[in-house]
Write a protein that binds this ligand. Structure first.
Ligand code: ACM
Length: 265
């Protein structure tokens, strides 16, 4: 059995120091294998332009945020997936980092940018991948990636038991859709959303909270309130995600007719 969960909070725009403090307070002493934090957890979301992102973005090889997460993971023997603004040379990515007791394991760069994000970030150039953390196979996607079922399907094909899904959702469709993503891919997902509001260029953006842990068969294991800090950890059996049989005769992945799917390209 593995223990997976989320920490829903309200990052303060442009204040990584304060956000790191809040994250450290909540994650100290938790008993989990994997905790997922929201998208852009250290910077907030509504940065005005690339210049503002560049001032706040971090190179994960040399990052106060990754160092702090590593310390928390080492003290509590768990792993974290956190959304963060990534600087890589002259590129800026809306990324998620997987960190464990020994430091950073992987970075995923969001491939489907939402709304004004394309003014701020470069689109991720790589397909999402899966990482084994002590017998739990974790894939990452970031927020709006949910709208494209190919993202979750790629992770299922790569063997993910659980999708870690840092989010800053502004619509309320995702949680319903994750029921289908988990049903059609027979895996677990942790959607860690934020709550609260931010203003960008005079326009207010309200985030929808409702972080959710979803299981194979589309079962919702946990659902956070739309507002307010919330930390939730549930126990899962990864073997359930590894059995891709739908019925005695149907198999989720083997029954696909890929020879007919060329029109998807
Ligand atoms: C989003 O992708 N942050 C809506």
């Amino acid at each position: 059995m593995k223990r997976i969960g989320y920490f829903q909070f309200k990052p303060v725009l442009g204040n990584p120091r304060e956000n790191r403090k809040v994250i450290a307070e909540f994650l100290e002493g938790i008993d989990a294998d994997l905790i997922v934090l929201p998208e852009l957890a250290f910077t907030g979301y509504s940065m005005t332009d690339r210049n503002a992102v560049g001032m706040l973005a971090e190179n994960p090889e040399d990052s106060l945020s990754v160092t702090m997460l590593t310390g928390l993971c080492a003290a509590g023997n768990f792993h974290v997936v956190a959304g963060f603004a990534e600087k890589a040379g002259d590129k800026l990515y809306n990324s998620a980092v997987l960190v464990g007791p020994d430091g950073m394991l992987a970075v995923y760069r969001k491939i489907h940018l939402f709304g004004f994000e394309s003014e701020l970030f470069d689109p991720g150039p790589d397909a999402p991948a899966v990482y084994d953390i002590g017998g739990l196979k974790v894939g990452m996607m970031v927020c709006f990636d949910w709208f494209f079922p190919e993202t979750a399907r790629l992770l299922a094909l790569a063997g993910a038991d659980v999708i870690a899904h840092p989010s800053n959702l502004v619509l309320d469709w995702c949680q319903k859709s994750m029921v289908t993503r988990c049903l059609e891919n027979n895996l677990f997902a942790v959607t860690a959303n934020r709550y609260g509001a931010e203003t960008r260029n005079g326009k207010e953006l309200t985030f929808t909270g409702g972080s959710q842990i979803t299981a194979p068969r589309g079962v919702i294991l946990s659902s956070a309130p739309v507002d307010g800090d919330d930390i939730c950890i549930v126990e899962i059996d990864v073997e359930i995600a590894r059995d891709k049989n739908i019925t005695g005769v149907n198999h989720l992945l083997n029954d696909r007719r890929v020879e007919l799917y060329g029109g998807l390209m």
